[in-house]
Design a protein around this ligand. Structure first.
Ligand SMILES: *Cc1c(COP(=O)(O)O)cnc(C)c1O
Length: 374
C-alpha cells in the first residue's frame, strides 16, 4: 500500500511577530513567474536593477551593494568573514540577542571581541563606547545592531558611527529589522558594512540578505593578509558575479525566483517612498500603542529609543504567555512573538513590518488580544 503525501496548503495567518512579516500578494505573484537562467541577459538586467533599488533603500552610492543568496544571518557572516582577520580587535555593542551573535562571529573569524554591554531593553551607552574606544585605540571595527529585534530598541546608529569614525574604526551594522522601517542612511552615517534581511520591513519572502560595503571596507577586504575563510561568502568572488555587468562569471546559481520577489518588494518601497514608509511605521506604532495601553499593557522600552516596527510589551501578572499566543494562533490565526533570552515568558513582541504595518492589522491585533485576555 502506497500512501502519497499531498500538497502543503498553509493556513492564512496574520504575521505580527519579529519576522517573517506578511508578504504582499504582489510579491508572491512575482515569485511564481517562470524561472529563467541566471546568466540570461534578461536576468542580468534584473540583477542590475536590484542593485540600484537596494542603493536607494540603503541610501548609498556603494558599488558593492547586492543581496547575499541566503538569510540575514548569512549577511552577518559575510560582513564579519570578509572584514575580520585573525587577531583583529572588534568592538561589539550588545544589548540583546543579535549583538551576542556578532560576538560569536568575531570569535569564529579568529578576532578579539571587545564587548560594550548594556541591559536588554536599553540602548547602547555612547559614553561607555567612547571609554572603550579610548582604551582600545587599536580596534579595527565597531559593530552594532541598529534595530535590536529581541527587545524593540533602536540604537543611535548615526551617533555610534560618528564616534567610531573619530577613532578611525570601520563600522559594521545589522539593519535586518531597520531597513524600510525606520530612518537609515548608509552614506550620510558613514556605515562601512551593512546587512539586512528580506522578511522583515521589506515584506518579502525569507532567504535573502541585502548587503552593502563602502570603499573603505573594500580596501580592507582587498588588502587582507589571509584569504576569507568562507568560499561562498568571499566578497571578491561574489563581486565577480554581481559586479561585472554582462561579463559576470558563474559563482553560484542565484535564487532566481526569490530575486523576482525582492525586485518587486523594492519597487513597492520605491513607489511608496522611503520617508513615507518610515512615517507609516511610526503612525501605526502610535495607533497600536494607544490600543495596547488602553488594555493595560505596558511598553518596556522608553519611547525615545523605541522601534516602531517591533513593540515589546510586558505580559500582565497571572497571564499564561504560551497559552495566550497559542490561542491567538489557533483562534485568530494571529502570530505574535515571544520574549527571548532573559525576557522569555515576561514579554510579547508585536511586529508592525512592511506590508503588514497597516490600520487593519493594528485593529485586528488589539481586538484579538483584548478578547483573549478577557
Ligand atoms: C531576524 C534577524 C536576524 C537574522 O535574520 P535571518 O534571516 O533569520 O537569518 C539578524 N539580526 C536581526 C536584528 C534580526 O532581527
Amino acid at each position: 500500500m502506497n500512501s502519497f503525501a499531498t500538497s502543503f496548503i498553509p493556513t492564512i495567518r496574520t504575521l505580527m511577530g519579529p519576522g517573517p512579516s506578511d508578504v504582499d500578494p504582489r510579491i508572491l505573484t512575482a515569485l511564481s513567474r517562470p524561472t529563467i537562467g541566471h546568466l540570461d541577459p534578461q536576468f542580468i538586467q534584473l540583477m542590475d536593477e536590484i542593485k540600484s533599488l537596494l542603493q536607494y533603500a540603503f541610501q548609498t552610492k556603494n558599488q558593492l551593494t547586492m543581496p547575499v543568496s541566503a538569510p540575514g544571518s548569512a549577511g552577518m557572516e559575510a560582513c564579519f568573514a570578509n572584514l575580520v582577520e585573525p587577531g583583529d580587535k572588534v568592538i561589539v555593542c550588545q544589548n540583546g540577542v543579535f549583538g551576542g551573535r556578532m560576538k560569536e562571529n568575531v570569535l569564529r573569524c579568529g578576532g578579539i571581541p571587545i564587548m560594550v554591554e548594556d541591559q536588554w531593553g536599553k540602548p547602547t551607552d555612547l559614553n561607555k563606547l567612547e571609554h572603550t574606544l579610548n582604551n582600545h585605540s587599536d580596534a579595527k571595527i565597531v559593530a552594532f545592531v541598529h534595530a535590536e529585534t529581541s527587545t524593540g530598541v533602536k540604537n543611535d546608529a548615526q551617533a555610534i558611527c560618528h564616534l567610531a569614525k573619530k577613532f578611525n574604526c570601520l563600522t559594521l551594522v545589522d539593519a535586518v529589522t531597520s531597513l524600510g522601517g525606520c530612518e537609515l542612511s548608509v552614506d550620510e552615517w558613514q556605515i562601512d558594512a551593512i546587512y539586512s534581511g528580506t522578511q522583515k520591513c521589506l515584506s518579502c519572502v525569507p532567504g535573502l540578505s541585502p548587503v552593502s560595503f563602502s570603499q573603505l571596507a573594500i580596501d580592507a577586504i582587498t588588502s587582507r593578509k589571509t584569504p576569507v575563510q568562507s568560499w561562498f561568502l568571499d566578497m571578491e568572488l561574489v563581486m565577480g558575479y554581481w559586479g561585472k555587468g554582462a561579463k559576470r562569471a558563474y559563482h553560484h546559481t542565484a535564487p532566481v525566483n526569490s530575486l523576482y520577489a525582492l525586485h518587486e518588494a523594492l519597487i513597492i518601497l520605491q513607489n511608496e517612498g522611503l520617508e513615507t514608509a518610515w512615517q507609516r511605521h511610526q503612525q501605526m506604532h502610535v495607533k497600536l500603542r494607544e490600543g495596547l495601553q488602553a488594555l493595560g499593557l505596558e511598553f518596556v522600552v522608553e519611547e525615545k529609543y523605541r522601534l516602531p516596527q517591533l513593540n515589546m510589551v510586558r505580559i500582565p501578572e497571572g497571564i499564561d504567555d504560551a497559552q495566550v499566543r497559542q490561542t491567538l494562533l489557533s483562534e485568530f490565526n494571529l502570530e505574535i512573538g515571544a520574549g527571548l533570552g532573559e525576557l522569555a515568558g515576561k514579554v510579547w513582541r508585536i511586529g508592525l513590518m512592511g506590508y503588514g504595518c497597516n490600520s487593519k492589522n493594528v485593529n485586528y491585533c488589539i481586538s484579538a488580544i483584548k478578547s483573549v485576555l478577557s
